[in-house]
Design a protein around this ligand. Structure first.
Ligand code: ADP
Ligand code: MG
Length: 695
């Protein structure tokens, strides 16, 4: 398996280089380069069955030599050979057909009389001399022989993603040679192999399936393996429970007494889970999910309170430097960090709260560093500045990361590394469907804040078609008359021939219809976006026509209406995020989705938007309707790139793999397994864990 690819027959240095550029260095890399698609050429037709306009496979014996016809070349033709047409006349018992190739005169010599070939190519109708004949253009061909299987014709044929200069046909030959050399050992424990084919069979059949059934059996095995190992790796990361700092006193009453509001039930139950973690003496590793506005900040502050007020952190010796527990919270932006600093200072008046961001002056930074190092600073709020080398904590016991999907795994880890197994807590507002969550955060316990604080307005949502536009404009005018503000979202910036609403054209027309109302445009190409947004925030503009640039982090409580044009262009999660721009104040708010699309999946999305404002329900639906590849923001979550598993359609295999991983994990426990049957599994796992940790 470790044999260098250049040692394979037919692969010289220059081809080896192309393969190496594709990431294929060894036989093992080669056989793990899976097809992107398949072409079913297994149905062989007789000539009389051929119909023009489709690709067919025929099997025929050469009865007459081919001929090369040289067309008169143009004066400035640089490639004279491109005018050569090679023709081959084929007959079977049902009829005759002409095969043609362009610009490959050497082909003529390939076809020997009385040899039998499979040809696969597109059949076209060809008019000459008043009659029509059928022709097959540039077919793939393969000689049939008794003792070798065919690779490119007369079977289900693999199609690979290949760079220029390597043909499918060539690559299939190399792949066959690699497969003949390769021996894949089984890496699953014996107990899991029962209803799966062997790895060796799976690899053979994923490239050259003998039939549809063989393909499905092979794929099932490989998908199972992929998901099983991912799950097992996540369990290992999670299950490698480290000792945590035990926190005995989790009484929150003094903290709650100072809050201006009562916690919601959802907030309370999450805090109960957190308190249980703290008392267990194991390190907490918890993800807190809650829709925008569900009140995650105060939950974080309460958790910080439990840690900081625990007396075990204080050695009591006045001669030593202070050893009380510290808490750090990292936010993705300066604005958010400052906002948190303000809130934490209010929520936790008895503790010394310190801000550390990139924009502090050198002097301020030095002061913050010193205070963090000596332990005077107990609650530290900041941005990436927290993970700088100069920052040394005195006794870090809890690390909170806000909006974690914006941070990489490494950055998260970097902050934890500044303490000795501090408890960790991650907060995210992006609703993630449960199944995806299991994969993205399989290493964490998950808590969900599933309700908003009382008194929030439900945003009334309607879906209309473009015939309602004049009424819609009147509705906008009415909102403005009541001193409220309006967002209009268009998918495009400029007028284009795609027929989509564009920001510039829409704004111009709207201004014509409502000449007295100040209207602004906003899109990614504008230089002064911030200024426009600030002006809108100050109600200098009543209506803002924008692309989706306003999606994240804009907070204008006076805006009560959002109109989304060409709503069919947006996924559910994105529509939900957009809708979240309104309903932030005390006034009744509205969301109007405009679409003329009658497509079933569009209608389903619109109905879903009208019927619920629950981000989790919508994200589950979005996953079902669009599949995880399109799922909003998946890239940002760092979803591991699965090679063949499809997280939505392979849900049943995912469940089986999760179950198997749990069983195996319990059975095998620690990492240093010596039983032979687990050796290969262990090696694969080590590789994956290595990759995940350096990710
Ligand atoms: P997010 O979960 O989006 O981070 P925040 O923590 O910023 O939400 O809270 C949003 C708003 O809700 C804040 O103004 C906060 O003071 C308020 N809030 C949080 N919890 C409650 C509650 N239990 N009752 C009333 N208001 C609350
Ligand atoms: Mg927040």
């Amino acid at each position: 398996m470790n044999m260098d690819i250049s040692d394979l027959a037919g692969i010289g240095p220059s081809r080896a280089k192309v393969l190496k550029d594709m990431g294929i260095d060894t036989i093992q890399d080669m056989v793990r380069y899976f097809p992107r698609d398949y072409d079913d050429r297994s149905r062989i037709k007789t000539i009389s069955m051929l119909t023009p306009g489709t690709t067919h496979t025929i099997c025929a014996t050469i009865s007459a030599e081919g001929e090369n016809v040289v067309l008169p070349s143009k004066a400035n033709q640089f490639k004279p050979s491109s005018t050569t047409i090679t023709k081959l006349l084929l007959k079977d018992e049902t009829g005759a057909i002409e095969l043609v190739w362009f610009g490959q005169p050497y082909l003529k010599r390939n076809f020997k009389k009385n040899d039998t070939y499979l040809f696969t190519g597109r059949v076209v109708e060809y008019f000459a001399g008043g009659t029509s004949r059928l022709q097959m253009e540039s077919p793939d061909y393969e000689k049939l022989s008794q003792d070798t299987a065919t690779l490119s014709a007369g079977r289900i044929v693999p199609v690979y993603t290949l760079p220029k200069g390597i043909s499918q046909k060539m690559f299939r030959k190399w792949m066959k040679a690699a497969l003949d050399t390769a021996t894949e050992e089984d890496n699953l424990p014996v107990s899991l192999r029962l209803d799966l084919c062997t790895r060796q069979e799976a690899i053979q059949n994923i490239h050259f399936p003998e039939s549809d059934d063989h393909f499905h059996v092979a794929r099932r095995r490989l998908v199972f393996e992929e998901l099983f190992f991912m799950q097992l790796a996540l369990l290992r990361i999670k299950g490698g429970t480290q000792p945590g700092i035990p926190i005995q006193n989790t009484d929150l009453s003094p903290f709650l007494a100072k809050l201006p509001f009562a916690l919601t039930e959802a907030q309370q139950s999450v805090l109960v889970e957190i308190a249980q973690d703290f008392q267990k003496g194991q390190r907490m590793n918890r993800l807190i999910q809650g829709d925008v506005g569900s009140g995650k900040t105060v939950v974080a502050a309460a958790a910080a309170y439990m840690i900081m007020s625990d007396s075990a952190g204080d050695t009591g010796k006045k001669t030593e430097c202070v050893k009380r527990y510290q808490v750090a919270i990292m936010a993705p932006t300066e604005v958010l960090a400052r906002q948190h600093f303000k809130h934490f200072s209010n929520y936790l008046p008895d503790f010394n709260t310190v801000l550390l961001t990139g924009s502090l002056s050198a002097k301020e930074k030095r002061a913050a560093y010193a205070s963090i190092k000596e332990g005077h600073a107990q609650m530290i709020v900041g941005t990436h500045a927290l993970i700088q080398q100069g920052v040394i904590f005195n006794n870090l016991a809890l690390v909170i990361t806000d909006e974690q999907h914006r941070f990489g795994v490494k950055q998260r880890g970097a902050l934890s590394d500044k303490g000795t197994y501090p408890h960790t807590m991650i907060m995210t507002a992006t609703p993630i469907p449960r199944t995806l969550g299991l994969i993205l955060y399989g290493d964490m316990d998950i808590s969900i804040i599933n309700a908003l604080p009382p008194g929030r307005q439900v945003i009334k949502t309607y879906c209309v078609n473009s015939r309602y536009r004049s009424r819609l404009v009147a509705f906008m005018a009415k909102q403005v008359q009541e001193k409220r503000q309006v967002y209009v979202i268009c998918p495009a910036i400029d007028e284009s021939d795609t027929g989509m609403a564009s920001v510039t054209a829409y704004a111009a027309k709207l201004q014509e219809a409502l000449p007295d109302i100040p209207i602004a445009c906003l899109h990614g190409r504008l230089k002064n976006k911030e200024e426009v947004m600030t002006a809108f925030g100050n109600n200098e503009y009543s209506i803002i026509v924008s692309t989706t640039v306003i999606e994240v982090g804009v907070d204008v409580p006076n805006a009560t209406l959002i109109v989304i044009e060409n709503a069919e262009r947006f996924g559910l999660s994105q529509l939900h995020q957009l809708r979240g721009r309104v309903g932030r104040g005390i006034h009744q708010s509205y969301c109007v989705l405009v679409t003329d699309s009658k497509a079933e999946h569009t209608q389903k999305r619109m109905k879903a938007m009208e019927s619920t404002t629950d981000g989790f329900v919508l994200s589950e639906l979005d996953l079902q309707l669009r599949g995880p590849g399109d799922f909003f923001g998946v890239q940002q979550h760092g979803l591991p790139g699965f090679i063949i598993a499809n997280l939505y359609s392979d849900m049943d295999i995912l469940k089986a793999a999760q179950k198997a991983a749990t069983t195996v994990n319990e059975a095998t426990g620690k990492l240093d397994i010596t039983e032979e049957e687990y050796q290969n599994m262990h090696n694969v796992l080590k590789e994956i864990l290595g990759e995940m940790i350096t990710m």
